[in-house]
Write a new protein. Structure first.
Length: 233
């Protein structure tokens, strides 16, 4: 309080950087598993998409959304998840380091805490880690384009991984041979337009008061945003 005495050391607080996120902008925190290529191998993830791992990621995202303030939507794929804070959020005075560290630490502890619920007899062999970053988007359009960028990345990786693992598991190619085969084909895939609706592993979590609901749907097209205008309110 105001009556609290200050020590002569108090001035060191002035060395802290101001990392306030710009007012009225969407604040996005994206986290990503550290060296999950190795983590997936060590924990026998099924290829190309281990559904236990994907559902654990979504459980962690739900926990983050229910424990922390002001998150309106989260989108995840592979070992990453993005969390969007509402434009008017004043949580921790909009300090980027607070947003990021709370999201990432809550997510990482949840990953360990809920591991057994998804992997049952497969033991957790070492403590996983996640990196995090904060990006601020000034308009609804740039926010939607950000989320579309992540889902398009999901589609592209899924196309590649699905074919890669079919070549290895079903056609008996070595991983090197499969990679060489796909390097040639990659030129072609660039010309192919992605269908609006695609099967694959993509997850969206939206917030309804205190419950976070997992959805698996397209967010690149307009339909999702028309059905859920409240998210960008
Ligand atoms: P970095 O530390 O730079 O992020 P990384 O090894 O985690 O390195 P990413 O580009 O993040 O590299 O890729 C994550 C990798 O984790 C994928 O390439 C894949 O091998 C593996 N992975 C993540 N989730 C799954 C899953 N559900 N099923 C199978 N493999 C997965
Ligand atoms: P915030 O989320 O703002 O950090 P907080 O409750 O964690 O809120 P702090 O100022 O960080 O507030 O204080 C940590 C509190 O945790 C202490 O006031 C004390 O009550 C408790 N605490 C932490 N470590 C111990 C410990 N080893 N033994 C007893 N109490 C502890
Ligand atoms: Mg990476
Ligand atoms: Mg990673
Ligand atoms: Mg990744
Ligand atoms: Mg504390």
């Amino acid at each position: 309080g105001a009556a609290m005495a200050k020590s002569k050391f108090e001035y060191v607080r002035d060395f802290e950087a101001d990392d306030t996120c710009l007012a009225h902008c969407w604040v996005v925190v994206r986290l990503d598993g550290r060296n999950f290529h190795r983590f997936a191998e060590k924990h026998n993830f099924t290829k190309p998409n281990d559904s236990r791992a994907l559902h654990l990621m979504t459980k962690c995202a739900q926990t983050v959304m229910e424990e922390l303030e002001d998150i309106v939507i989260a989108y995840g794929q592979s070992d990453e998840y993005s969390f969007v804070f509402k434009r008017k959020s004043n949580w921790f005075k909009r300090r980027a380091s607070k947003f990021m560290t709370h999201v990432v630490s809550q997510f990482a502890s949840s990953y360990v805490f809920y591991w057994r619920d998804y992997f049952e007899d497969q033991p957790l062999r070492y403590p996983p880690g996640f990196d995090g970053r904060v990006v601020v988007y000034p308009s609804n359009q740039t926010l939607k384009d950000y989320l579309s960028w992540r889902q398009a990345d999901c589609h592209i990786n899924n196309l590649y991984n699905t074919v890669f693992w079919a070549l290895v598991q079903q056609s008996g190619l070595t991983p090197i041979q499969a990679q060489e085969r796909l390097q040639v084909d990659e030129v072609m895939t660039k010309e192919v337009r992605l269908p609006a609706e695609m099967e694959g592993k993509k997850m969206v979590v939206t917030r309804t008061r205190t419950k976070a609901v997992p959805l698996h749907c397209d967010i690149i097209g307009d339909a999702f945003w028309k059905e859920h205008p409240e998210i960008l309110d």
